[in-house]
Design a protein around this ligand. Structure first.
Ligand code: ATP
Ligand code: MG
Length: 311
């Protein structure tokens, strides 16, 4: 957690010094002005936070389940570098991850793991951090390989702890970026920190940020936290943040984590499950008009440098 704050400060400092902490961001923001979206593509949802341990993986996995119950084909992607959160929460140990796809040792189908809950998972591991270092041809092959995931309706990316440029690019290129915080002052400060970085790094976002307050005592407390953050983001960053909902602080969550099963499965009627259901119902009602699709998103992120140079 501490090194995360450190990274935040470093990115902000480099920004202030005029060093582009994120070379992809310039490309991304111009790409965002001319989005090449198609409505039959997967909806990409990133789940992120400033502070670690505030509930990203629980929200990602349980949100995926709620979407699956609405008949959606859902893939959860663990974009974490090594901690393999999603796998642990579902008691699964995938042998392979995106790194093996990048190295052309496996296809995406071979690394996709079906779970007993009607959702599939992909372990990102160190794969994502490798993409930026790939040669043009390899990158094209990799993106084409990821096209296999395009038949999913929803891809939820658990960005896990860390605010590397890589993660920030994912957030900015997604259809929905969910920021999660708890009512704790440290979590709120760090959530605001990440919102601030997104606002300063990406001048033309083509999606809204959505806030979830986790571990709240109730609706009033959560709304208070959300209102404060939304007002500050609007006032100081000129950034629109929508309040997506809250999740109760609920002992059923921890119990479910211990059994390595999603709380939506072991305690479908608990307060936390009800809250996630509300959040997903709301997201399902407010679909983006057009969705990106995973390979289109990666092309926007990594694949357009040459085209752009030629223009
Ligand atoms: N709504 C909740 N009620 C009670 N406890 C919760 C709730 N949400 C999360 N927790 C507790 O917080 C722990 C961390 O949650 P989770 O692993 O989802 O966070 P994370 O943000 O993914 O963490 P990391 O940054 O390490 O990836 C859980 O194991 C659980 O004990
Ligand atoms: Mg996690």
């Amino acid at each position: 957690m501490e090194d995360q704050a450190e990274k935040l400060r470093e990115i902000m400092k480099r920004k202030k010094d005029g060093v582009n902490a994120n070379p992809v961001s310039a490309r991304l923001s111009s790409a965002a002005k001319t989005p090449s979206k198609s409505s039959d593509k997967a909806r990409i949802i990133t789940v992120t936070s400033g502070k670690g341990g505030v509930g990203k993986t629980n929200l990602s996995v349980n949100m995926a389940l709620a979407f699956a119950r609405l008949g959606k084909k859902v893939v959860v992607m663990d974009a974490d570098l090594g901690l393999a959160n999603v796998n642990v929460m579902l008691n699964m140990i995938p042998k392979y991850n995106l790194y093996h796809v990048i190295k052309k040792q496996k296809t995406i189908r071979e690394i996709l793991v079906e779970t007993e809950y009607g959702i599939s998972i992909v372990a990102g591991a160190s794969g994502f951090s490798q993409i930026a270092n790939m040669g043009e041809e390899d990158r094209k092959d990799f993106i084409a390989e990821l096209d296999t995931l395009s038949n999913a309706d929803i891809i939820i990316i658990d960005t896990s702890a860390g605010v590397s440029s890589n993660v920030l690019d994912f957030i900015a290129a997604a259809d929905d970026a969910v920021i999660i915080t708890t009512p704790e002052p440290t979590a709120i400060t760090d959530a605001y920190g990440i919102i601030k970085i997104i606002a300063t790094e990406y001048d033309s976002l083509n999606m809204g940020l959505k806030l979830v307050v986790n571990r709240a005592k109730g609706a009033a407390q959560a709304k208070g936290v959300a209102d404060r953050m939304i007002n500050i983001a609007g006032q100081f960053l000129n950034l629109k943040v929508d309040y997506l909902g809250f999740i109760y602080d609920d002992p059923a969550v921890q119990q479910a984590v211990f059994t390595q099963k999603p709380f939506m499965v072991v305690a479908p009627k608990c307060q936390a499950s009800n809250c996630v259901q509300h959040i997903v119902d709301r997201m399902n009602r407010n679909k983006p008009e057009e969705t990106t699709g995973f390979s289109a998103m990666l092309k926007r992120l990594f694949g357009q440098s040459q085209d752009r140079e030629r223009q």
